[in-house]
Design a protein around this ligand. Structure first.
Ligand code: F1P
Length: 346
């Protein structure tokens, strides 16, 4: 959470400020429905945002892929806010969805990294992520900065709507302050992920499972693996496995199981037991202190403890590293993945 971000923390007051927002708090408070529209990694950031906004503000949120949304006939009320997310601000489908929306009266807020981009110019409101240039093609730090911006936006919306108490906001803010050091420790202590990634060398397919916020992050882990390592992978809401997909789990299929959320932890473990019973090799993710998961999986990666709601900011780091090491182990050029452009403008 850098001082330059469009969404910031007021350290003295322990609350969030959005200095770049033009609309008044009264206007923001009136929104009671939100569409989040984006592509690829940005859409996955939106899925984390959906859970967080709904939990903290009780505003219902729908997340849609821009390539589909642009052809829909969305139901906008006077109190609907549309949020478009794009690192580059030039992605064709995201821009087209924004332009369709601008033919109506709906208010559009963009979350983007590029000042002067089409999305930044054409939206009514912009929160810049100020993440610096994305050097590699596949989005990584863009995802993190979009997710953090969505957390801060959710907190701000909760402040103006009064759905969180000042003490509750302050508690989240305190934990957010600790996140950079925790990310550094995950980046520095990557040996276990590298080892697991290297062990997938001969593997054709890999599964990610999780529930709620863990599922949203699973989708991003799976996309990174496809983008830069060219390994077929699927992310499943863990509870959906039993509706067909379990048939694909056989001996030695690697499964990455995210179990960071205490309220649904037991449910996750029962899904892990199901895949283990079919021979899967399971890499689990748990918060530090949860030694119980080690009993049900082959290996565990422990994440520094934080509020369960903030776990996605940390969980995605080892997942990105997993794709990175899998790509390197296959002798691929991580920075120039095939068939992927930095901004998809057609
Ligand atoms: C969307 C996106 C990225 C992906 C790649 C291609 O970009 O799908 O998520 O990693 O760079 O484009 P954007 O709209 O966020 O710029």
């Amino acid at each position: 959470v850098r001082e330059t971000m469009g969404a910031r923390i007021d350290l003295e007051q322990k609350r969030v400020i959005l200095p770049e927002l033009k609309m008044s708090d009264a206007e923001l408070a009136k929104y009671d429905r939100i569409y989040i529209v984006a592509c690829g990694t940005s859409m996955h950031a939106g899925l984390v945002g959906k859970d967080v906004i709904e939990k903290w503000t009780r505003v219902p949120v729908e997340v849609a892929v821009a390539s589909e949304f642009r052809y829909r006939d969305p139901i906008y009320t006077d109190n609907t806010l549309m949020i478009v997310i794009s690192q580059s601000g030039e992605t064709a489908d995201t821009l087209a969805a924004l332009r369709e929306a601008k033919k109506t009266n709906v208010k559009v807020m963009a979350i983007t990294n590029v000042v002067g981009s089409s999305v930044a110019r054409e939206a009514d409101e912009v929160l810049f992520t100020w993440a610096g240039p994305e050097v590699a093609v596949a989005s990584t730090k863009a995802y993190t900065s979009q997710v953090v911006t969505l957390y801060l936006f959710s907190l701000y919306l909760a402040q103006v709507k009064g759905t969180l108490k000042a003490a509750e906001v302050a508690e989240v803010v305190d934990h957010l302050q600790d996140i950079p050091a925790k990310i550094t420790s995950l980046l520095e202590d990557a040996e276990q992920v590298r080892h697991f990634a290297e062990s997938t060398k001969g593997v054709n397919s890999l599964f990610f499972i999780g529930r709620s916020l863990d599922y949203a992050v699973s989708l991003e882990g799976s996309l990174k693996l496809k983008e830069i390592s060219y390994i077929h992978s699927e992310a499943y809401p863990a509870g959906e496995l039993k509706h067909g997909t379990l048939a694909l789990i056989e001996d030695n299929v690697p499964v990455v199981a995210l179990a960071t959320q205490p309220d649904i932890y037991e449910k996750m473990v029962s899904n892990i037991v199901e895949v283990k019973a079919r021979g899967a090799r399971v890499l689990g993710f748990a918060m530090e202190g949860n030694t119980d998961l080690a009993k049900s999986v082959d290996e565990v990666i422990y994440l520094p403890t934080t509020l369960p709601m903030l776990a996605p900011i940390l969980t995605v780091i080892p997942l990105q590293l997993l794709s990175y090491f899998a790509s390197v182990a296959r002798g691929l050029d991580v920075d120039k993945p095939r068939n992927l452009a930095k901004s998809v403008t057609v």
